[in-house]
Structure formats: structure tokens, C-alpha cells
Ligand binder design. Structure first.
Ligand code: ACM
Length: 682
């Protein structure tokens, strides 16, 4: 049994009684049971009696308002439903009546009404929403409700009243450190809409590349992008595409730091003397805009005006993070300016810069959002703070009157499991905020930073973990079961794949490329239990090895998805087994099969030697074999009640410590449960 089969067995075993399998549904006369795989979970769900058969299609009509956007959304939902069910429309098709009160906001904002209600009865479906956007959210729920049996597709009788817990549910993508083509952005927007996210935060500029065309300042991309940038037409296309999905687009132009790419074409913007070149390394650099010169603001005024015409959102993100102030401290002219203006430190000078920038944004009809560092005394209260430092920083802002969103805890590049993100709540139950302060916490954003991500790997870095974050931001605070989240996430992951996302398929494609053959079965048991090391480990390694933006993203670590199913499934299997090793014979057998599959085969060793990237991870194959042996021994001691020989336990724990060490930037997903296992041995 390989790990995929194991996962299925385990899921069936752990959910026995809760889930009816397809075969059970086929029993004549039995009422099939609704399996709730909704993600995010709705605010209120009541399951009624009976079902609606949709095997002969769903005929969709409007009984109130509709417009082009809603028509398109409905067409898309219809196509997906047909793809999902293969249903040919017949005369006895089920009916879906959509009642929408009116269009959404002309420019979607924080107050957009996204609520909807969805009623399914054996007679038909009724979707009601105040706006197009609410209807779109309801259509996504409807698609997730579809159940299948042996002979039919059907919807459970349900009544759903749903609205989001937070108004700002975003995903940030850094397109500066690595550029992501339009197609990648659009399929990501499809995934976001599927899990009801509503803000695409587009990190368009940073030290490593300037990615949006300016016609006023053509050298920004001309010299700062290596030719990899979005034209204004492409940016407008993405804004329109996102609007079609009920998603806002908030562009970020990071300043005054993280601004090397601006200075390549326009060195006078910078505080130090040029010339500058596009930054190829990663980290925090000294290049920073000169806040003392009026010419800087004249430039930004024209640039922001140009961008304001492309990005209709009320908010514009000005970055503001990680300015180390070095060039300001070293520059006598800037120091003199600070003295003359009574600015006591570089943070005060940045606050001065922000005030001037805010005037420019306001002039062009925009509100400002920035990272934690923008929070400074004197900052106007309508600036939104995005916290990458943590809840305390967010709460401190809320107490001072600032609205904010949380991103600390949602950094996808940290390679944490979905469960770790899921535990992070922008407004935890024990927050000590007054209701007025709490209302200032608008939501959160998952962040996909681009150091080690390219167009082939980005999907697996974003999905499916972002769906867990989306649920945290949409669903009631009380929806917290991690086991249930993983159960539904496994299904959502397949639905996201149907949308064209490559987060599952890319692993195999990359492994085939690395192995140079289509016959990669022997790699699977090992690859199933490996995942990328965390961001810090990769950063240290990358620095030591001279990795830059130009280094290909084609190592084994790039093929591996973070938080693969093995992490949760194996942990789940082990904890069930350890509840009673003597009695749990089914789990014992599943563990035995798994440990057996970890024995290094000659085919595995041969494949691991077929490319330098795989060969770098050869020690992992040997370690896995040893882990299999360790596991088998531990299970035999525990199941038989025979104690291990003296020294066995200490030796195995030491081996587990060794296996924790990174090899080829990979780590095992199964070490904690194995440690629990060894610790149980007498
Ligand atoms: C950040 O992580 N520097 C926003």
C-alpha cells in the first residue's frame, strides 16, 4: 500500500460512520447522506430532508436583477457544473432561480454586500443575494454542495445563510522577485474566488524588479524589469478579470525602501549616488528614496496619478517596510534636513515622507495602506496598517484608531502546515479590544513572497493551504477543527485542480523532469514524506550558495509541495494506533505496510542517482529505510508488549534527531509521529 492508498484507508477508518462510501449510497431505497465538504464553512447551515437530483442538468433563471457581470458569473458556474456532472440538459432538469436585488458597488469596496442565502429543496434551488458579488459567493457554495452517488449527482436539501466574518480576505503575490505571467495571476484569481477571497494584493515593485509599465517614466520597466513586466493593458485586463469574480485589486508600490528597481532608470530618486543595477540577491538593502528633495514628490505625484487611472480600488499600498535608514544616516545633506525639520531619527523622516506621500494619494483619490512600519505618531487615522509583525502590532494600531489587516502567521513562504495558518485568528477570542477597536480589524491576507517561487511552482506554494486561510477569514471563529479542515481541504484541493491550478500535478511533472523518465513509481514513497525546509533554512543555504533571482528554481525542494497529505494522514494514523497499540490492529497493519514501503529499493537508488538534484537527496532514501526499520521494530515491541533491548530507545531517538537535519533543503513530514511512537516503547 502506498501513502495515497494509505491516506484513503485512514480517512475511511477515522471517519467510519461519518461518511458513507459510494457503494453504500448505491443501496436501493437508502437516503444518501450529505457529506459536507464546504470550504469555507458557511455562517449558518441547516440540513433538511431529501435531496434534489441534478443528473439531468440545472436550468438557471433570474427573477429580479441581472447584468453582464452576473450573466458571465452564471455562465461560468453553469459550465463548471456541467463539467463536474457531465450532465446533458434535459426537460426534467432541476431549476435554480437567482434573485439578486441589484448590482454590486461600481468600484468594489470594504462595504460590498457579499451575503447570500441558498435554499435547496427537492423542488429546486433558490439563491438570493443583495448584489452580484453575494450571488457569486452563493454560486461557489452551490458548486461545492454537489454530491455524487453511483447513479446520480444530487444536492442535499439545505438552507444556508452566509456572510463573511471579515471584510478583507486577501492574497498577496510578490511578482517582483520572480515575475508571474498574466495566466498565472488569472488562474490564481479563479482559485481565490472559489474560496471566497476578495482582495488580490499585487506586489508590483521591489528591489529585484519593477513590474508595471509606466508610460510617463518608461525607464522604470525599460531598465528595471529585464523585460518582464505587465503592460498597462494587461494590468487593466487583470483588474477587469478580478472584478468579474468579485475581487478587488490593490496594487503595491513599495517605497521608500525596497526601491532599487526604481533607481536603475531614475537614479535621482535615490538618496545615494548611482548608478544602480537591478538587485539579484535577496534580503534588505540600503537603496532608499530621497525624502528631502521636492523632485522625488513631483515624480511620485505623476506616477501615482498614472497608476490611479489603472487601478480603481479605493486603496493603494505604499509598502513602507524594512527601510534600514543606512543611506539617510550616511548622507550629510539628509542629516542636515532632519536637523532643520526637527526629525529626530530615520523613522521620523520616513513618517515625514509618508505624510507627503499621503497628500499625493489623497489628491488622486486614494487611501493609503502600508506595512506595520508606516504606523507612526501623526499618521492620519484612515491609513490601513498591514501587520507582518503580529497580532500585538495590529491590536496596538487598533487601539490608536487605525484599521488593519493581519498577515503575520499567513506567510506561505514560511512553508508551514495549513493547520498552523488555520490557528491564526486576526481577532482571537481573548483579544482585549473594545468592540469599537475590534471593528477596526478588517481581516487578513495570505502572502506569497517570491524569492523561491516561479510560474511552475507558485500554485503548490499557494494551494491548497490558502483555502484554510480563506476559511479562517470567512467562517465563524468557532470553526476550528483541524481534522475536519484537512478532510475538507483534501476535497477542495481537487476542486481547485479542476479550475486549472497545478498544485498537485506539478510535483509529478517536476519529478519526471528530474528523473528523466516517466517511470517514477519508485520515487513516490520517499517523495510523499518529504517537504521543503522552512524559509530561514532555505535563505541561509541560498546565501551561502550565492543563489540569486537568476538561479533556476529546479531543485528537488521545488518539486515538493509544503504540507503534503502525508503529514496529517500519518500523524492521524499514528495517534489512533497509539491510543491502544494492542487493540488497533487495522492501524497496525496500515503502519506495517507503510514502513515496508520505505525500504530502499534498487529502483529508488537508481532513480535518485539519475540527476544531481535527486542525488543531493540520496541520504534521505537511506534514512527513510532506517525509519521504516525503526517503525517496524517499535510497532512489534508495542503490539507484543515485549520491551525493547537496553539502549534501543536512546539510539532511535538520536537517529530521529539526525533525520531532522536538512538534506537537499528537504525535511521529513513524519518525524514527530515516529518520535511519539518510539517514546511509547518501554
Ligand atoms: C515584509 O515582510 N517585509 C512585509
Amino acid at each position: 500500500m502506498n501513502l495515497n492508498q494509505l491516506a484513503r484507508t485512514v480517512r475511511r477508518a477515522t471517519l467510519a460512520g461519518a461518511i458513507l462510501t459510494g457503494t453504500m449510497l448505491a443501496q436501493p431505497g437508502a437516503t444518501p447522506e450529505f457529506v459536507n465538504t464546504l470550504m469555507p464553512q458557511p455562517a449558518q447551515l441547516t440540513v433538511g430532508n431529501g435531496l434534489l437530483d441534478i443528473s439531468h442538468g440545472v436550468a438557471i433563471s433570474f427573477d429580479k436583477f441581472h447584468d453582464d457581470r452576473l450573466d458571465n458569473a452564471v455562465t461560468w458556474a453553469r459550465e463548471r457544473l456541467q463539467e463536474q456532472t457531465g450532465a446533458m440538459m434535459q426537460a426534467d432538469a432541476a431549476s435554480l432561480v437567482i434573485s439578486v436585488d441589484g448590482a454590486g458597488e461600481a468600484v468594489q469596496g470594504l462595504d460590498e454586500d457579499e451575503s447570500y442565502s441558498l435554499d435547496v429543496t427537492p423542488q429546486g434551488i433558490h439563491l438570493h443575494a443583495a448584489t452580484d458579488v453575494g450571488a457569486m459567493r452563493g454560486l461557489e457554495t452551490l458548486l461545492q454542495l454537489v454530491q455524487s452517488g453511483d447513479n446520480s449527482f444530487w444536492l442535499p436539501a439545505v438552507s444556508i445563510q452566509d456572510s463573511p466574518r471579515f471584510r478583507w480576505r486577501g492574497l498577496m503575490i510578490d511578482c517582483s522577485r520572480h515575475f508571474e505571467p498574466v495566466g498565472v495571476i488569472e488562474r490564481t484569481l479563479d482559485g481565490m474566488a472559489a474560496v471566497k477571497m476578495n482582495v488580490f494584493h499585487w506586489h508590483l515593485t521591489d528591489d529585484q524588479g519593477f513590474r508595471i509599465e509606466s508610460q510617463i517614466y518608461p525607464k522604470l520597466t525599460g531598465l528595471g524589469s529585464d523585460g518582464q513586466y505587465y503592460t498597462q493593458d494587461q494590468a487593466r485586463e487583470i483588474v477587469a478579470y478580478a472584478r468579474g469574480l468579485g475581487i478587488r485589486v490593490v496594487p503595491e508600490f513599495d517605497m521608500p525602501g525596497h526601491s532599487t528597481s526604481w533607481a536603475v532608470g531614475y537614479p535621482d530618486l535615490a538618496s545615494a549616488a548611482g548608478p544602480f543595477t537591478i538587485e539579484r540577491r535577496f534580503g534588505v538593502f540600503d537603496v532608499v528614496m530621497d525624502p528631502t528633495r521636492e523632485s522625488t514628490y513631483a515624480f511620485l505625484d505623476k506616477f501615482i496619478g498614472e497608476m490611479a487611472a489603472i487601478f480603481p480600488d479605493e486603496y493603494m499600498h505604499i509598502g513602507g517596510d524594512e527601510n534600514n535608514g543606512a543611506e539617510w544616516k550616511q548622507n550629510a545633506r539628509i542629516q542636515a534636513f532632519m536637523t532643520a525639520h526637527n526629525l529626530k531619527d530615520t523613522a521620523a523622516l520616513q513618517a515625514y515622507f509618508n505624510q507627503k506621500l499621503l497628500q499625493i494619494l489623497t489628491k488622486h483619490g486614494k487611501k493609503m495602506i502600508g506595512w506595520d512600519e508606516v504606523l507612526n505618531p501623526g499618521l492620519p487615522k484612515d491609513v490601513v496598517v498591514q501587520s507582518w509583525r503580529g497580532f500585538n502590532s495590529l491590536a496596538a494600531g487598533a487601539r490608536q484608531g487605525y484599521s488593519g489587516i493581519l498577515s503575520a502567521g499567513y506567510y506561505l513562504d514560511h512553508m508551514e502546515p495549513a493547520a498552523a495558518h488555520y490557528r491564526v485568528d486576526p481577532l482571537p477570542a481573548n483579544n482585549n479590544l473594545t468592540p469599537e477597536e475590534a471593528a477596526r480589524i478588517l481581516g487578513g491576507e495570505a502572502c506569497s513572497w517570491g524569492e523561491y517561487v516561479d510560474p511552475r511552482t507558485i500554485d503548490s506554494r499557494i494551494w491548497p493551504r490558502t483555502a484554510a486561510i480563506a476559511e479562517r477569514l470567512w467562517s465563524p471563529r468557532t470553526v476550528t477543527s483541524e481534522d475536519d479542515m484537512y478532510r475538507r481541504l483534501a476535497v477542495e484541493s481537487l476542486r481547485l485542480e479542476e479550475l486549472g491550478l497545478t498544485h498537485i500535478s506539478q510535483e509529478e511533472a517536476s519529478l519526471r523532469a528530474l528523473a528523466g523518465t516517466q517511470q517514477i513509481d519508485a520515487l513516490r514513497p520517499l517523495m510523499a514524506v518529504l517537504e521543503p525546509v522552512n524559509f530561514d533554512t532555505r535563505s541561509h543555504w541560498s546565501e551561502a550558495h550565492g543563489v540569486t533571482t537568476l538561479t533556476p528554481i529546479n531543485q528537488l525542494v521545488d518539486a515538493l509541495p509544503p504540507d503534503p497529505p502525508s503529514r496529517h494522514d500519518f500523524g492521524d494514523l499514528m495517534s489512533t494506533y497509539l491510543e491502544d497499540p494492542v487493540a488497533h490492529v487495522e492501524e497496525e497493519a496500515a503502519l506495517e505496510d507503510t514502513f515496508q514501503s520505505w525500504v530502499a529499493s534498487p529502483e529508488l537508488m537508481e532513480l535518485m542517482s539519475s540527476s544531481p538534484q535527486l542525488a543531493a537527496a540520496l541520504p534521505r532514501a537511506q534514512q527513510l529505510a532506517e525509519l521504516g526499520t525503526l517503525g517496524r521494530e517499535a510497532v512489534s515491541y508495542l503490539s507484543s508488549g515485549v520491551p525493547a533491548p537496553p539502549g534501543w530507545k536512546a539510539q532511535k531517538l538520536a537517529f530521529l534527531d539526525e533525520a531532522e537535519q536538512p538534506v537537499a533543503l528537504t525535511r521529513f513530514t513524519v518525524l514527530k509521529p515516529l518520535r511519539d511512537l518510539v517514546n511509547e516503547v518501554k
